[in-house]
Ligand binder design. Sequence first.
Ligand SMILES: NC(=O)c1ccc[n+]([C@@H]2O[C@H](COP(=O)([O-])OP(=O)(O)OC[C@H]3O[C@@H](n4cnc5c(N)ncnc54)[C@H](OP(=O)(O)O)[C@@H]3O)[C@@H](O)[C@H]2O)c1
Length: 304
Amino acid sequence: MKILITGSNGLLGQKIVYALKAKSGIEVMATARGQNRIRNQKGYQFKEMDIENCEQVFSVFDQFKPEVAIHTAAMTNVDACELNPEQCRKSNIEATRNLTEAAKKNNCHFIFLSTDFVFDGFEGPYDENAIPNPLSIYAGSKLEGEKIVRNSGLTWCIIRTIIIYGVTDDLQRSNIVLWVKNSLEQKKEIRVITDQYRSPTLAEDLAGACIKAALQKTTGIYHVSGNEILSIIQIAYKVADFFNLDKAYIIPVTTAELNQPARRPLKTGFFIHKAMRDLDYHPHSLDEGLALVARQLSERKTDS
Ligand SMILES: NC(=O)c1ccc[n+]([C@@H]2O[C@H](COP(=O)([O-])OP(=O)(O)OC[C@H]3O[C@@H](n4cnc5c(N)ncnc54)[C@H](OP(=O)(O)O)[C@@H]3O)[C@@H](O)[C@H]2O)c1
């Protein structure tokens, strides 16, 4: 089976490439904007592909002819999207249209990564039938992306997820776990929200669900996240405890006090039964996920 991944330099993209290349009988095409930043460049193909560049997208699809595309690439910085809605529209809406059109020409099953932010957070946790009501430009753009995929005429699967954490090869982007760990190690104060609730998702777990959906050509909407609902500050405290760091540098703030550019849902979290049933999805607990992060960081130190 031939599988193409967009955004292969991203946190999820890297994990999918590593997990897929370890499987036999699969031809993997990793694609990203700019150079390949994955350390291990063996066992898969790589092509530069800016998803906003329609010509480049068609050229890569037409040459590789994927049977399945996993579309992870996106403008993921929620506040940057709020401040630059035009770029957000290009990255998350128009680019998704480019991809679905190229996929259609090649009769390709399409997997789209979406977000808990499509919900307004007043009635979380959510199942797949809950009605979206996005509160921000980013959230609206991901919901638009979902609609493009659903109306594309392709066979499709939408996988919605919630704050992804893990270790990437290049560490170019941070995530909640690395941000808290690095800040506390440097004895830097961080202001952490007390009144927003999420289910942190281990990147490896999510990658596994995406791969299962690809191999089975699963169709429909799936909610895929960790199975604990915690406030953001509880997540930060757990990180501090796990790595034995001083919690005094964590300054509690409310959503109102932090006053970020983009509005966020207060309480999300997902019911994940459907993914457990159909995608063989059994997420690690946050403590187990943190143990994996710690192991990977220490292996990296040994390597370099
Ligand atoms: N991260 C979360 O907590 C979270 C939560 C819910 C849903 N999601 C969704 O899950 C998916 C994966 O998230 P992630 O954490 O892996 O995000 P990420 O680490 O920010 O990776 C996104 C990747 O998309 C790439 N990208 C952006 N614009 C592009 C373009 N025009 N052409 C090609 N590549 C482009 C970025 O490239 P560069 O590296 O070159 O910038 C980056 O590598 C996204 O669709 C996101 O919306 C994420």
